[in-house]
Write a protein that binds this ligand. Structure first.
Ligand code: SAM
Ligand code: GLN
Length: 279
């Protein structure tokens, strides 16, 4: 019944969503249903399941309904104050790790701007046990969730969470700056799928008229917060490569500028190294 309801409203993965919501409702693993298929639901569970399906029918993302999303194979709590971490962002994490494995310094200092659920910083902490990370967000509600996620994933001792606008709460120099900033332009925002536009925080998505205003600010700040030879990693939106490449070049602060595409073939991550001298 639930699968039909979700199919009829145009949901892209009705069976998966129905199973995930049923398992959340019963607090049981999804594989159990295939074992206990004939087991009827109690009236209470049935009503609860109907409420969850109704929320999904109205477009709310499954991750917000169940309050959880996996990223980098780690569990993250999510709610409407934070962007649901996207699989594309794992590519950003991969690129940071590639460069870190080539750096000699062991106790890397990493700065993340706009941490949201904490997905990027916590994944990095998980992989780089000696790294010390500062993660910021302008939203105190996001910082609260990110701190909880750091605890859940045993990364709290490696990450300091600070709330504030961009670099305002930050001091010191870093080996790495990483950010998945908001990058949806004014025009694109109106065309986002309703599941994103109506449920995910506007603060996490919108970035000025052309979508690259955060990239501009973060690239500029590299002169203050990056050590010479330090690296900057930014997630970018579809069609933003040329503008971001221009900003990196025009700043005269960076060399080794490169881009990496996601699995849909969209240029998704920009990488650059702060020049060793000058700038
Ligand atoms: N890092 C998370 C991820 O990749 O899933 C969240 C990225 S989300 C696209 C951007 C984040 O930047 C949001 O959590 C938002 O609250 C935060 N943000 C927006 N404006 C900001 C600002 N001026 N200073 C710091 N963070 C900001
Ligand atoms: N990837 C998100 C989306 O497509 C956008 C995230 C961002 O603005 N950084 O909705």
């Amino acid at each position: 019944e639930a699968i039909h309801v979700l199919k009829d409203c145009g949901c892209a993965s009705p069976r998966l969503d129905a199973e995930v919501l049923l398992s959340a409702c019963l607090k049981e693993d999804r594989t159990r249903f295939h074992i206990d298929r004939e087991q009827p639901l109690t009236e209470k569970d049935y009503q609860e399941f109907r409420r969850l399906i109704e929320r999904r029918r109205c477009g709310e993302p499954v991750a917000y309904i169940v309050g959880r999303k996996e990223f980098w194979s780690l569990p993250f709590e999510v709610n409407s104050h934070v962007l649901i971490p996207r699989p594309e962002t794992e590519i950003l994490v991969e690129e940071v790790l590639k460069v870190c494995s080539s750096l000699k310094a062991r106790n890397l200092r990493i700065l993340e701007i706009g941490t949201g659920s904490g997905a990027i910083s916590i994944s990095l902490a998980h992989e780089l046990k000696n790294a010390q990370i500062i993660a910021t967000d302008i939203s105190q509600d996001a910082i609260n969730i990110a701190s909880r996620n750091a605890q859940i994933n045993n990364a709290a001792n490696q990450i300091s969470f600070l709330s504030g606008n961009l670099f305002e709460p930050v001091s010191g120099k870093f080996d790495i700056i990483v950010s998945n900033p908001p990058y949806i332009s004014r025009e694109e925002y109106d065309r986002l799928p309703t599941g994103v536009r109506d449920f995910e925080p506007e603060l996490a998505l919108r970035s000025g008229a052309d979508g690259t205003s955060f990239h501009r600010e973060i690239i500029k700040a590299g002169s203050i917060y990056l050590k010479p030879g330090g690296w900057i990693f930014l997630e970018i939106g579809a069609g933003q490569r040329d503008r971001v490449e221009y900003m990196l070049n025009a700043s005269n602060l960076y060399d080794n500028i490169a881009f990496r595409g996601d699995y849909a073939g969209i240029e998704r991550v920009s990488v650059a190294r702060r020049v060793l001298t000058g700038g």
